[in-house]
Design a protein around this ligand. Structure first.
Ligand code: PGA
Length: 251
């Protein structure tokens, strides 16, 4: 069985004070939960603070991005080795905001995924279609392009170490969530893409849903067979909301 993972993506939000109060509230509510993995992805400048605040708890920490380069003259970038050095476990790669606002292509996202794997970070590969792509029946081709670029560069077997997050772009930060059936269909399609190369690995890969998941809709999304957890933006900034989602995924 795949173990559920609930991951908070704080995006460019937070402050030293806000992070501390958010995590204090969260830790008190989730520390006794069983059967669920929990992680938060703060802005890079707060990774050290957050790692300290969650140390000794069951909460893991992820980065929101990493460089595809190893080290050197890449001003403003952060390497996978640095993230590992700090004690970070996961890193998002190819979040739709990185793809749409910062020009990250499927090839660059694949290169970042490979770099994360090389340094021992767990990449959380974000994929998803825009509303136009869904309406014009391009959704399958878009998802296939995003997943297959990683299969081509890294090999299908690496999906044994990769987590996938299906995040329909039209559902991110909009309050409009995919229906449980829409999420299930997309997740099953993604699992099928991996199964076409490596059926055993496909059964094991954790596929998160992201896009306006909140304390009200989490349970019905998480009940779907191929939805193995959530990547939560807005609702992860409130301890009570995020804790309720974690509880919905727990045993
Ligand atoms: P949202 O963001 O939950 O605020 O829609 C999800 C994400 O972008 O990861």
């Amino acid at each position: 069985m795949r173990r559920p993972l609930i991951m908070g993506n704080w995006k460019m939000n937070g402050s030293s004070m806000a992070n501390e109060s958010l995590l204090t509230g969260l830790i008190s509510q989730v520390s006794s939960l069983q059967g669920v993995d929990i992680a938060v992805c703060p802005p890079a400048v707060y990774l050290g603070q957050v790692l300290e605040l969650v140390s000794g708890t069951s909460i893991d920490v992820g980065a929101q991005n990493l460089s595809e380069q190893k080290s050197g003259a890449f001003t403003g970038e952060i390497s996978g080795d640095m993230l590992r050095d700090l004690g970070v476990t996961y890193t998002l790669v190819g979040h739709s905001e990185r793809r749409s606002l910062y020009g990250e292509t499927n090839e660059l996202v694949a290169a970042k995924t490979l770099k994360a794997l090389e340094v021992g970070l767990v990449p959380v590969l974000c994929v998803g279609e825009t509303l136009e792509e869904r309406k014009s029946s391009q959704m399958d081709a878009v998802l296939a392009g995003q997943i297959n670029a990683v299969i081509e560069l890294c090999g299908a077997d690496t999906f044994g170490q990769i987590i996938v997050a299906y995040e329909p772009v039209w559902a991110i930060g909009t309050g409009e969530t995919a229906t449980p059936q829409q999420a299930q269909d997309a997740h099953a399609f993604i699992r099928g893409l991996i199964a076409a190369q490596s059926p055993a690995i496909a059964e094991r890969v954790t596929i998160l849903y992201g896009g306006s998941m909140n304390e009200k809709n989490a349970a019905e999304l998480l009940a779907m067979a191929d939805v193995d957890g959530g990547l939560v933006g807005g609702a992860s900034l409130k301890a009570d909301s995020f804790a309720t989602i974690c509880k919905a995924a727990a045993e």
